[in-house]
Design a protein. Structure first.
Length: 156
């Protein structure tokens, strides 16, 4: 079976029903089968669907972005961080490796900076409302790049 590209619309909500993200009003989101561009549970459900089909997919935190790790919530002195403008929302990578966690400043107080290295969606059970818009075979370009390209050709 050739690898497929599935384009779908999604609305992501948390368990309180708050919308966290959505593709509605934009191009449908294309995903290349098998490379785990998206949460595996969601990909597995999409692969069972047909064009035009809608579904609600529930993904518990453990299968999404994991539980909150308290060890990734740290407090440092302002002078341990690089010079420059630091404010709530500023992000730092912990090391040089792209796999190192990204820390976000959550609070600043009297020369102390509170950092959180958890994914913003850690600890959240996620609810995806999805609709499959298109299913096609992947192109050679997509297979070589290891990701799907959008309707307008090449998006990176
Ligand atoms: Zn590409």
């Amino acid at each position: 079976m050739p690898q497929k590209v599935i384009s779908f619309h999604y609305t992501l909500k948390n368990t309180k029903g708050e919308v966290l993200d959505s593709s509605i009003g934009q191009e449908p989101f294309p995903v290349l089968e098998g490379v785990r561009q998206i949460i595996p549970t969601l990909e597995d459900e999409l692969l069972k669907m047909n064009v035009g089909e809608k579904k609600q997919v529930f993904v518990p935190a453990d299968k999404a972005y994991g539980q909150v790790n308290e060890k990734l919530r740290v407090k440092v002195n302002r002078d341990q961080l690089p010079e420059g403008d630091i404010q709530v929302g500023t992000q730092f990578r912990a090391g040089q490796d792209p796999k190192d966690p990204v820390f976000t400043v959550t609070k600043m107080e009297e020369g102390e900076v509170f950092l959180d290295g958890n994914h913003p969606l850690a600890g959240e059970d996620l609810q995806f409302d999805v609709e499959v818009i298109d299913i096609r075979e992947a192109t050679q370009d997509e297979l070589q790049h290891g990701h799907a390209h959008g309707a307008g050709g090449h998006h990176h």
